[in-house]
Design a protein around this ligand. Structure first.
Ligand code: FAD
Ligand code: SIN
Length: 481
């Protein structure tokens, strides 16, 4: 492959892989640059699944639709969407509309064309319906399953070249009087040469470099210094939005950072700065959250923003002063546990959850709390916190020997809603709202789609939807030039 003919995709997470898959379908060569030693980014860690509405895997009686998904997404996006000026609001609404109306197709594409099992569906926080898809019993977690299916297929392709340990450090613009290259964008990258020199590659660029929830002392400190000391689900990695700002890209919502309510506190390493996530699907399948003496305090399936706020208000601090952590117990009955068996096996093996009985828990109010919740689930009384979806909870008569599964959790910095501004064609926009020629972006590096709260399952979805759109549009550009 001649490097001059290739489209350059930066980042090997789901957005980059989807863009690449589209380009290769048009027989366009791709060079993918990835700073890590292994591909997959945060995408490979995704644990709860991908949203789609309506799909053939959803419970038919719930009558989900793209319109209901749209309403949930608009409501979750909140103030940044509602308070935008007309033109900006219209841009955001076009992105959201594209996301939800193509969600069903995105799930079908993964299942029918890429062979990924997404047959199990859970209801996550802020959703009015069960629409977050993952594999069934015995399947791999959704992020791993999706990323490996796409990578395996790309690795068969002679037109695909993945360069790992290759960190893009700058976006450059070609100079000179050649009509072919003048004004063309390119990237400088550090491929670990012994002489410390960077190398440069020119071509259409698709940025799929993810978010900055792990950029603790960089963008996070700049935009959200108040989150200092809170652990993260993201490994340390600097954000790349500034590279695009240098060539004129606009950024939006950079202060909108999602703190997920449930990162596992490992008893063997209480102060670890990077935590395993306790997948929201555990709550979707029926799990509950407890504080203090063993009391519920929130609708566990409210939006993450609201559940996290309730934790920070209602839970005591964890007995450790070097990090900001809160003491919360996640509890599953046997029904919720059976429905989450793929996740649970891993968490039990890692020692992040344990199997026990109600009587063995040192929580004075636990029996009353669980009996009360069981009555809510059975429809005997409304929930004090407004929860209306209970997944697969089955425990009805709470006894001292009733089996439960518990783990200790705390809020974790998880996802950045802000990023570079794109339009519905995944083109990166400059400060005047015009597309920057030859530059696309997709996935968590982009901003504005989710407003102040991203719904669980909508990041994998945005990677598929806008990654594929970026690939399609870069393919058209490549063919024209
Ligand atoms: P990533 O997958 O993060 O990929 C970006 C890639 O770019 C990385 O490999 C990175 O190394 C590379 N890169 C960065 N900078 C450079 C550079 N300068 N040069 C070269 N390469 C670079 N979302 C859901 O929708 N559902 C879920 O169930 C879910 N579960 C999650 C669980 C966990 C533990 C985490 C952390 C996140 C989860 N999310 C989930 C969020 C979702 O996984 C991510 O937001 C999404 O995968 C981001 O995909 P991406 O392709 O944009 O970026
Ligand atoms: C989770 O599994 O809780 C994460 C889901 C997401 O971030 O969308």
């Amino acid at each position: 492959m001649s490097p001059e003919q290739a489209v350059i995709v930066i980042g090997s997470g789901l957005a980059g892989l989807c863009a690449t898959t589209q380009l290769i379908a048009h027989r366009i060569p791709v060079i993918m640059l990835e700073r890590a030693a292994k591909p997959g980014g945060n995408s490979i860690k995704a644990s709860s699944g991908i949203n789609g509405a309506p799909t053939r895997f959803q419970p038919p009686l719930q009558n989900d639709s793209a319109d209901l998904f749209l309403a949930d997404t608009l409501s979750s996006a909140g103030r940044p969407l509602a308070s935008s000026v007309a033109e900006e609001r219209a841009r955001r609404e076009r992105l959201i509309s594209t996301l939800v109306t193509t969600s069903s197709e995105a799930v079908s594409w993964l299942v029918d064309e890429k062979g990924v099992d997404l047959s199990t569906v859970a209801q996550l926080g802020g959703h009015s319906r069960a629409r977050t898809h993952r594999g069934g019993a015995g399947q791999k977690p959704p992020g791993y399953a999706i990323v490996s299916a796409l990578l395996d297929s790309l690795n068969q392709e002679p037109l695909f070249e993945l360069r790992t340990n290759t960190r893009v450090t700058r976006v450059v613009r070609a100079e000179g009087d050649s009509d072919d290259t003048e004004g063309m964008l390119g990237v400088e990258y550090d491929a670990g040469r012994e002489d410390n020199q960077t190398e440069t590659l020119y071509g259409p660029l698709i940025f799929a470099t993810g978010g900055f929830a792990g950029d603790t002392h960089g963008l996070l400190e700049k935009y959200r210094p108040d989150l200092a000391g809170i652990p993260s689900t993201n490994e340390a990695r600097e954000g790349t939005q500034p590279l695009l700002e240098e060539v004129g890209a606009e950024v939006v919502d950079m202060d909108q950072v999602q703190v997920h309510p449930t990162g596992f506190v490992d008893e063997k390493d209480l102060t670890a700065p990077v935590k395993f996530l306790a997948a929201e699907a555990l709550r979707g399948e029926g799990g509950i959250l407890l504080v203090g003496e063993g009391k519920r305090f929130v609708d566990e399936l409210d939006t993450r923003e609201k559940v996290t706020a309730a934790v920070m208000k209602g839970a005591g601090p964890l007995e450790d002063t070097s990090r900001r952590q809160w003491d919360v117990t996640l509890l599953l009955d046997e029904g919720a546990a059976a429905a989450s068996n793929t996740h649970l096996g891993f968490y039990l093996w890692k020692g992040l959850m344990r199997k026990t009985t109600v009587g063995e828990l040192a929580l004075p109010s636990i029996r009353d709390t669980l009996q009360d919740y069981a009555e809510v689930v059975s429809g005997k009384k409304p929930d004090d916190f407004g929860r209306s979806s209970f997944g697969n909870w089955t425990l009805k008569d709470v006894r001292s020997d009733s089996v439960v599964y518990v783990g200790r959790v705390t809020p974790v910095v998880h996802f950045t809603m802000g990023g570079v501004v794109i339009n519905e064609h995944s083109q990166v926009l400059d400060k005047s709202g015009s597309p920057i020629k030859g530059l696309w972006a997709a996935g968590e590096i982009t901003g504005g789609l989710h407003g102040q709260n991203r719904l669980g399952g909508s990041s994998l979805l945005e990677c598929v939807v806008f990654g594929r759109i970026a690939g399609e549009n870069a393919a058209a550009f490549h063919q024209q030039h």
